[in-house]
Design a protein. Structure first.
Length: 347
């Protein structure tokens, strides 16, 4: 595509989607959570659980009796959140563990430390994310939105799958809830240029990462159900929510965003309600492969249902993780790209 168009189109698509979401929010009340069953004895990991919607998710799950592990890269903020939640929920089963999703090494170390605790795992909330960051790469050299929002969660989920499988049982499945976004409708997944090297646009990169998360969720759920595992995977869309996610907007857009956010954006607690619902409501027991928005199952973008694309993305993600891991442990990797599909991710 002609490069100025490749830069402008994702921006237009993202803003058009944003306006549509805001019009919807103007005429529809925020979804309010039903009374949820107690979650005593269940253990949840919430990525980015120290602030924004992640914090509200942690708060609600902890108030239902869940043992919540906040996984994040801001230690001080995490420990403050833990103190507040322990006080508010009246129990001490809220804790912080360091996880930097922009480092695949950190993801592996987090999983090792978590597994060493001997805890079960019933709920994994893939919530953390960044948006519209100027061109930057993760520790492993991946474009930041793709590497952090998508690839970090891809590895985390895969490394925790055995634990989620062992902790789930028929009638009480373990649940994987992944926070996507309406921006995925405007996302284009270019398998030949996942890192946006030919022409970087932060709007396109964010939308692509959110589309990748939906493709991943559908493929993951299909694999889990075909094996008969007691684990479900769903994607949620929180709407437009007033959080720090918008900190990378340009200054003019920030100036406009603030008053609009006051009027039309959801609060973090309202935004988190879809995630909490997917994590705990009884009606969703055994149901997965869904895209949930404002209390309902919605149709996601046409490309998110493309089975070939789901499979190709999965294979490519395994290859990227594998090659990165080999580099980290000092192996010279052989030229066997065709075999990567069969490689099971191990911690
Ligand atoms: N706010 C919205 O309007 C909106 C809309 C749709 C989807 N979302 C999604 O909701 C999720 C939560 O975002 P939010 O709106 O609460 O924003 P937020 O900025 O308040 O929270 C983002 C969280 O991600 C964590 N995080 C960032 N980089 C990390 C890293 N390298 N390792 C580990 N954690 C990291 C942050 O510490 C923070 O806790 C994101 O995935 C976002 O894409 C938000």
């Amino acid at each position: 595509m002609w490069w100025p168009l490749a830069l402008i189109l994702p921006v237009i698509r993202l803003y058009v989607i944003g306006v549509r979401v805001l019009v919807y929010q103007l005429f529809h009340k925020a979804f309010s959570l039903p009374v949820l069953p107690r979650q005593n004895g269940r253990v949840a990991i919430v990525t980015g659980g120290a602030k924004g919607m992640g914090y509200e998710t942690s708060r609600h799950l902890a108030s239902l009796g869940t043992h919540v592990v906040i996984a994040g890269n801001e230690e001080e903020e995490g420990l403050i959140a833990v103190k507040k939640l322990q006080k508010e929920c009246g129990h001490r089963k809220v804790e912080f563990m360091y996880l930097d999703l922009a480092s695949l090494k950190s993801v592996r170390e987090f999983v090792e430390r978590f597994k060493a605790r001997g805890l079960p795992l019933h709920t994994l909330i893939n919530n953390a994310g960044v948006m519209l960051v100027p061109e930057r790469t993760t520790e492993d050299g991946f474009e930041l939105h793709f590497g952090l929002n998508y690839l970090g969660h891809f590895l985390l989920t895969n490394l925790l799958l055995d634990l989620l499988r062992d902790s789930g049982k028929s009638g009480r499945c373990s649940r994987i809830v992944t926070v996507s976004s309406a921006t995925h409708y405007g996302g284009r997944l270019d398998l030949n240029d996942l890192q946006g090297r030919s022409c970087y646009c932060s709007h396109g990169a964010y939308s692509q990462s959110k589309l990748a998360l939906v493709l991943f969720t559908y493929h993951l759920h299909k694999q889990l159900s075909s094996r008969g595992d007691s684990v479900t995977a769903n994607a949620v869309d929180p709407g437009m929510v007033d959080t720090d996610l918008y900190q990378n907007l340009c200054s003019l857009a920030q100036l406009l965003q603030k008053p609009v956010a006051k009027l039309l954006f959801r609060t973090p607690a309202e935004g988190a309600s879809m995630t909490i619902y997917a994590a705990a409501v009884s009606e969703l027991e055994g149901h997965g492969g869904l895209y949930l928005y404002n209390g309902e199952t919605k149709i996601s973008s046409a490309s998110s249902y493309d089975k070939q694309l789901q499979e190709k993305l999965w294979t490519r993600s395994c290859a990227l993780e594998y090659l990165t891991h080999q580099r980290l442990v000092g192996h010279v990797f052989p030229k066997q790209r065709g075999r990567v599909k069969q490689i099971r991710l191990k911690s």
